[in-house]
Structure formats: C-alpha cells, structure tokens
Design a protein around this ligand. Structure first.
Ligand code: PGA
Length: 252
C-alpha cells in the first residue's frame, strides 16, 4: 500500500515578502485539486506569518525550517515551537544538512528539537544523510543510524524522516532510485525495531537532493519513497506544482 505522499518545499534563505507572496500564491493556485498528496511550504521565518495567512483554508500546510527546543528564554536569535504553532505551522524541518554542516547542529540537539516539536503537536521532519566521502568509505548506514539514534523511540505521534544525501543537495546530482531505496528500506527496518512494525510501515520517508521534474518520476514511483523535500525546484511554482502532480499520479 502506498502511503499518502508528502511534498515539502524548503525555500531556505530565499523569499523576501515581495518574492514569497507571489510564489506561495502561484503554488496554492496550482495544487488545489491534489487532495491525495500533502503539500507543505517552508518559507524563511520572516515570511511565515504572511504565507500562513495566504495558505489558510487551502490544502497546503505551513512548515518552518528549524526551531529551538526550549519554550522560551534567553536564546537570542532562536524561535520556539510554540511561536511556530501560533502562526499555524504544522511541519518543522530538523537537522537539515546545512544546519548540521554550516551551523554545527549535533545529533543530540536534533533529537531535543524533534521531542520539543512533538510536544507542541508539530510534525518534525528529521533530515538525515551522508557526505560523499562517507559513502565512498562505506559509512552511509553508520552515519544515518547515528542521526536516527538517541531518542526517537520515546516519541509519540507522527515523525517524518527525510533522506537527503549531502552530496545531492543543491549539486544537480541526485541519488538514483536504487541508492535511495536501499537507504529508505534500512531506515524503515530500523524504525521497525524501535517503533514496532506497524508504526514503521505507516511512517513517511521522503527523499531530498536535486529533485527536479526530469528526475522525480523515477524516484516517487518507488514504493519506499513517500515524497520529496525540494529545495531549488520549489522556488519555481511551475516546477514544484509539476512535482506534486507526479506524486499525485502514484496514488491515483
Ligand atoms: P535541493 O535542496 O533540492 O536544492 O537539492 C534540497 C534540500 O536541501 O532540502
């Protein structure tokens, strides 16, 4: 059975209000008939409120790119899960490779964030993935298992996992369906051990890394791939809507 696909747009640090409003509008207008696919947009924090207003009443959900794990306090520059909930956010990315590699995000912090997000009723999207040198050295699974370990077993409710090989993010080089399926299947096996088979079978595991309309059909056609986390191609409404349509084709 195919799980309901989830397509998430990660706009990263793109999108002034002047850019984010027309982009979100074009996406919402492009996808209203796609009920079988869940779609979420993750604009920068500064555009969350405005894009959230635009999405209200539509089938497109609001997501954030990160959050802190504390409820409030002296954490200059941080945003708490409760602040996101107030804006109507439903999904929050945790441990994106840019956060891990450019901003020193550790596995321990990621798991604190996943727990805090769940405690506020948000669905965390925990991003995992190996660097190219780690793949070359046969360390892919060890790296990913390390990123999954340390607390997921204690978490109730939905958690989405996004497999994003670091070497595929923003590079134009995507994982082949076979490479992605191998990792997705290992992640699901691991989830089965900590969550039990039934919950693991229902969990959505997304692929991310240089997704484009030209390469996505082969990826989303795989039973193990439950959707996409899309960076660059989500900044073009036409491309992102096309990707959502491909995902819809797999369930119609
Ligand atoms: P990309 O980014 O689609 O531009 O490779 C994906 C991501 O970073 O989530």
């Amino acid at each position: 059975m195919k799980r309901a696909p989830l397509m998430i747009a990660n706009w990263k640090m793109h999108g002034t209000l002047a850019e984010a409003v027309p982009l979100a509008t074009a996406i919402v207008n492009g996808v209203p008939r796609i009920g079988e696919v869940e779609v979420a947009l993750c604009p920068p924090f500064t555009a969350l409120a405005r894009v959230g207003e635009l999405l209200r009443g539509s089938s497109v959900a609001l997501g954030a790119q990160d959050c802190h794990w504390e409820i409030r306090g002296a954490f200059t520059g941080e945003v708490s899960p409760g602040m996101l909930v107030e804006l109507g956010v439903r999904y929050v990315l945790v441990g994106h490779s840019e956060r891990r590699h450019l901003f020193g995000e550790t596995n321990e912090r990621c798991l604190l964030k996943v727990k805090a997000a769940r405690a506020h009723g948000l669905t965390p999207v925990l991003c995992v993935g190996e660097r190219f040198d780690q793949r070359e050295h046969g360390e892919t699974w060890d790296v990913i298992e390390g990123q999954l370990q340390g607390g997921l077993e204690e978490i109730d409710g939905p958690v989405v996992i996004a497999y994003e090989p670091v070497w595929a993010i923003g590079t134009g080089v995507h994982a082949t369906p076979a490479q992605a399926v191998e990792v997705h299947a290992s992640i699901r096996r691991w989830l089965g051990e900590v969550w039990g088979k039934e919950r693991a079978a229902a969990a959505r595991i997304l692929y991310g890394g240089s997704i484009k309309p030209e390469n996505f059909l082969a990826l989303i056609g795989e039973d193990e791939i439950d959707g996409g986390l899309v960076g660059g191609a989500s900044l073009d409404a036409g491309s992102f809507v096309r990707l959502v349509e491909f995902a819809a084709e797999t369930v119609s």
